[in-house]
Design a protein around this ligand. Structure first.
Ligand SMILES: O=C(O)C(=O)C[C@H](O)[C@H](O)CO
Length: 316
């Protein structure tokens, strides 16, 4: 399924090779890892593609075997790679996932990575203008100042062209100081047409707050549609006609890594089909739920037919 032309969805951000511990414990105690693919923007791209979307990845990767592996994986998935640049100045980043008592922890080796060296002049202006949706994340903004500037420049181009902007704060405290994160995330929310914050990160960023109050806060900041991810409690959706609760799918979860990206990617793919927002949200909670039934970020992302066959009936 090789793809060559610019797609309706462009996902901007850093792919990371993932080494996921097979046993519980800290990194100094575990001894084996499953290799896989991660990085929130790439997870989003795979989820959107498997959900039926047309997707281009926009990033910079190293001239190294991990960069080759990503190009192969994206091509196999049918994700367009014509906007992916390669740089000899930095490697493709990697991270480890360790687990303890149902929680997972990321340890990054991404400082100075090729993606962190992205600058606004690398942006494919025409492609962003022609796309229908640009997806941006807080991780991309946290990895370096130049990547952060690149994300805002991309949003500026999208805004001027009428390309929709979707935004996932994906706040990772290890990447950047809280104060800077709050101001960049608030500014990004104000520019976005659709946002996918999680309740967990919302509380980290803004302190204790009830879910409905959090949705209202994001609307006040200027977001168009707010889809607040509540993990095992589903999601809250605000898309112009009040706040609706979308129940979660019941699953035997083993690993929630990448579930939020799967949520956002599948929502975006459904949105591009002009489905009603509530349908998109039910589709997304189902996809995210299914993605937690396997280990790692990308391998368990479900295909469209599996999402549809597990989706709960709804009013739309
Ligand atoms: O945490 C990050 O920066 C990553 O992109 C790694 C993971 O793939 C991502 O967090 C999952 O959402």
């Amino acid at each position: 399924m090789a793809a060559t032309s610019i797609k309706s969805i462009i996902s901007l951000g850093e792919p990371l090779i993932e080494l996921s511990a097979t046993d519980e414990g800290t990194l100094d105690t575990v001894s084996s890892f499953i290799t896989g693919f991660g990085g929130d923007a790439s997870n989003f791209a795979v989820a959107a593609r498997r959900a039926g979307g047309d997707v281009s990845m926009l990033t910079q990767i190293g001239q190294d075997p991990f960069g080759d592996a990503f190009l192969n994986m994206w091509a196999k998935e049918g994700i367009d790679t014509s906007l992916v640049k390669r740089s000899a100045a930095g490697p493709t980043g990697i991270y480890f996932i360790s687990r303890n008592s149902g929680s997972h922890y990321f340890t990054y080796y991404r400082s100075g990575s090729a993606a962190s060296l992205m600058t606004p002049d690398l942006l494919p202006e025409v492609s962003i203008r022609e796309a229908r949706l640009l997806h941006v994340t807080g991780v991309t903004q946290g990895i370096s100042d130049s990547a952060c500037e690149t994300s805002f420049a991309a949003m500026d181009i999208a805004r001027q062209a009428g390309t929709l902007i979707s935004y996932d704060p994906n706040y990772r405290p290890a990447l950047w100081p809280m104060e800077k994160a709050v101001s960049v995330i608030e500014e990004s929310v104000s520019r976005a047409d659709i946002i996918f914050p999680s309740m967990e990160e919302t509380e980290m960023l803004f302190g204790s707050i009830e879910p409905e109050a959090a949705v209202r806060k994001y609307l006040e900041l200027g977001a168009g549609t707010v889809v607040l991810k509540l993990g095992t409690h589903g999601a809250l959706l605000a898309s112009g006609d009040g706040i609706k609760r979308i129940p979660a799918m019941r699953v035997n979860a083993v690993d929630a890594s990448g579930a939020g990206d799967t949520f956002a990617g599948s929502f975006a793919a459904a949105y591009m089909e002009n489905r009603p927002p509530e349908w998109c949200a039910r589709f997304a909670v189902t996809a995210a739920g299914l993605s937690t039934t396997g280990f790692g970020c990308v391998t368990p992302i479900p295909a469209r037919k599996d999402i549809l066959s597990h989706m709960a009936p709804g009013p739309d």
